[in-house]
Ligand binder design. Structure first.
Ligand SMILES: [Zn+2]
Length: 292
């Protein structure tokens, strides 16, 4: 009897979840939460209002990574400036790159801009391909299924639930695709600050008209904006930048073209579930749909 009480006591204090997952961004946190369900506890390293290219490894990241069984990263070198340092600082071999506890979303899907010159003179070119897959709902659905398989590998007892929730997410995406595409059809197109919306425009069939950055990672210059404005003369479109990207380049191009400027995040709110992600895509579709 005493042994039974000890056993019950252990059960009562043990964690309710099977896995601790650390996601690098809010989009990756959303996927981990959506696919992991009640079996996972998810924390996020990059706040959605910060530029995930530009973070630095912090003690709070190391603490989160120390106890994790799985890291869900965007990959394709998006987090190269801080995640490798944070992982090695956490001294947790289970989440080292190459181990089952390290998952990269970008490695699960075909990437745009792969194989461009890996020359830093070309700016921060993401030589492994463009990592900004999170705004493409179809790629995110494919990534959710790959993530379910990884969770199943780490926690076989709950494999069926992981696969079921990934299928549910993919089905929810599929159900929304016709409305998103119908609304966006006929959009004149978009200029973004960084090349972080091309997966979305490709998915929707909306013209991607250029970036305020002359090359990725380099701030807008007057000569680049003038060249861009000359190329866009007589056309319509919308200029979009995120809250953390400086507004000056967008305002300058707006003056030159007469186009509206819209400030829109590329990440859902911190702690989002699938609904928060779908609302983000809804907002983008509405902005693109008005550009005509
Ligand atoms: Zn980038």
């Amino acid at each position: 009897m005493r042994r039974l009480w000890v056993l019950l006591g252990l059960l009562a204090v043990g964690p309710a979840w099977a896995l601790q997952v650390v996601a690098t961004t809010a989009s990756m946190g959303m996927l981990a939460r959506t696919v992991g369900g009640p079996q996972v506890q998810v924390s996020e390293l990059a706040p959605p209002d910060r530029d995930a290219h530009m973070l630095q490894a912090r003690p709070s990241m190391l603490r989160a990574l120390r106890d994790a069984q799985l890291v869900v990263a965007v990959g394709a070198e998006l987090e190269i400036g801080w995640l490798p340092a944070a992982i090695s600082g956490a001294a947790n071999g289970a989440i080292a790159p190459g181990r089952p506890g390290y998952f990269e979303a970008a490695a699960q899907v075909p990437l745009l801009d792969a194989g461009l010159a890996a020359d830093r003179a070309q700016g921060d070119v993401h030589p492994g391909g463009n990592p900004h897959v999170n705004l493409d709902p179809l790629r995110m659905a494919a990534i959710s299924k790959a993530l379910a398989e990884r969770l199943a590998q780490l926690d076989p007892a709950n494999a069926a639930g992981y696969r079921e929730r990934a299928q549910g997410f993919a089905a929810a995406v599929d159900a929304r695709v016709p409305t998103w595409k119908r609304k966006a059809a006929g959009s004149a197109g978009v200029v973004s600050f960084h090349k972080d919306v091309v997966y979305l425009t490709g998915f929707l069939g909306v013209p991607f008209l250029g970036t305020l950055e002359p090359v990725p990672g380099v701030a807008p210059t007057a000569s680049h904006l003038q060249t861009l404005a000359a190329r866009l003369a007589g056309k319509k479109g919308v200029i979009v930048h995120t809250p953390y990207q400086p507004a000056a380049g967008a305002e300058k191009l707006a003056t030159l073209t007469g186009w509206p400027v819209v400030v829109l995040p590329i990440e859902p709110p911190a702690g989002s579930e699938a609904q928060g992600y779908f609302e983000l895509i809804d907002r983008w579709v509405d902005v693109l749909a008005r550009a005509r």
